[in-house]
Design a protein around this ligand. Structure first.
Ligand SMILES: Cc1ncc(COP(=O)(O)O)c(C=O)c1O
Length: 415
């Protein structure tokens, strides 16, 4: 493995060699993959772990008493323990495998929200939320009669916490749900402060960590969250699996989200009783191979070190903001480099973000264009869409140079 365990600096060039996707060229150019916030690329170690599982240990889990089923179950449960460890969760039964962060948040919004929200209650989100941490709350609030309030943003794209008291005066705050890192403009939110404020109100704090778990050390106990949602595909793992961590005391009191096989204790015509945690929330066949891949991805990231990943991306964000800031035809969005993760959103004067992204693609540069599932934020910024470049542990500064060269090419096309 091309990593530098325990050291402050990572070697992105060596790490890149672990990712087969970078062996190809795109339109005859080296691939500058600047879309890791949407989904990350995959190291060979993770791909090998899934292939090995399918080749040697595949069977359905939990229900079998034969060797292959036992191996598969051991693989799934070992992955659960890796997720517990990477989040520093107190108890492995609190880790629930889901399809992705969106499903994790829906699970909480439905299972907790439908039983605990009502007229006069307030769900607090922020203007920075991904739709995945806004629409489920809006929907459940609509069904229960609760209201949804948004923490507004400052001009620099950071949460304006001075608005919290006014929000609390609008009803009984029952839920505070925010992301840790904005997928759109890279803002790092003061999540421990928000959790503390939520608890002062007697509310639960739900952390959408989809965009932070891949990049920074996370500790659900230090954060004092009640629920945390993550997706494997943004963490060098496969698509199709994510995790919800929740406090056992809350999960135990909640109704199930999905019902069916595996999540039951006993079933009869008259009555069905639910299984223990985590199975109560894992109806149907588990994402077994995906969980094994998730575990291998966590191993990979931990071997590199989350502090090193965070520092590396921080350096890239500073570099990108510096280089793009030299171009007076680029508008940059979001906070200064020292208060943001490896995500840079921008617009090119007079050129639609989709056109920009398409021409960049011809130059081998993959960036995202659109509203990034953040329409309330786009409204606040006064734009319909932006371009977004996002970085990860395998990103090298030359890819940012390729982006800047590509942007000059975009300007020429539209000159
Ligand atoms: C901050 C944030 N929350 C939630 C999600 C949803 O993740 P998923 O699509 O894996 O459910 C994303 C995905 O981009 C995100 O960036």
């Amino acid at each position: 493995m091309a990593v530098a365990a325990g050291t402050a600096k990572l070697d992105a060039r060596a790490i890149r060699a672990d990712f087969p996707i970078f062996e190809q060229q795109i339109h005859g150019k080296p691939l500058a993959f600047l879309d890791s916030a949407a989904s990350s690329q995959k190291p060979q170690q993770m791909l090998d772990a899934m292939t090995e599982f399918y080749s040697t240990s595949y069977a359905n889990v939990h229900r079998g008493v034969y060797l292959l089923a036992e191996r598969a179950t051991a693989g799934l449960e070992a992955a659960r323990e890796k997720v517990r460890a990477v989040l520093n969760a107190p108890d492995v039964r609190e880790v629930i495998f889901v399809r992705n962060a969106t499903e994790a948040i829906n699970l909480v919004a439905y299972s907790w929200g439908m039983s605990n929200l009502g007229p006069g209650d307030v769900v607090v989100v922020s203007e920075l939320e991904h739709h995945s941490n806004f629409v489920p709350w809006q929907y459940v609030a609509g069904r229960t009669g609760a209201s949804v309030q948004m923490i507004p943003l400052t001009e620099e794209g950071e949460l304006d916490l001075s608005a919290l008291d006014a929000i609390a005066a609008r009803g009984i705050v029952k839920v505070v749900a925010t992301n840790h890192v904005s997928n759109s403009i890279g803002t790092i939110n003061p999540v421990a402060k928000l959790a503390a404020w939520a608890h002062e109100q007697g509310a639960i704090y739900v952390c959408d960590a989809a965009q932070s778990a891949p990049h920074v050390p996370l500790d659900v106990q230090a954060l004092d969250a009640d629920f945390v949602a993550i997706s494997a595909h943004k963490m060098c793992g496969p698509s199709g699996v994510g995790a919800l961590w929740g406090r056992a005391s809350l999960l135990q009191g909640m109704e199930p989200f999905l019902t069916g096989g595996h999540m039951i204790n006993s079933v009869s015509l008259e009555k069905t009783t639910w299984g223990e945690l985590p199975h109560k929330f894992e109806a149907g066949t588990a994402p077994m191979a995906e969980a094994v891949g998730f575990g291998a991805a966590i191993d990979y990231l931990q071997a590199v070190g989350f502090e090193a990943i965070e520092a590396h991306e921080h350096g890239l964000a500073s570099y990108a903001l510096g280089r793009l800031g030299e171009l007076d035809w680029i508008t940059l969005y979001g906070p200064p480099a020292e208060r943001r993760a490896g995500i840079v959103s921008f617009n090119v004067e007079g050129i639609h973000p989709h056109d920009v992204a398409q021409i960049l693609d011809m130059n081998g540069v993959a960036v995202r264009a659109g509203h990034h599932c953040c329409q309330p934020l786009m409204r606040k910024l006064g734009v319909a869409a932006t371009n977004r470049a996002s970085f990860y542990l395998y990103t090298v500064p030359e890819e940012i140079d390729q982006l800047v060269d590509g942007l000059h090419a975009v300007r020429k096309v539209f000159a």
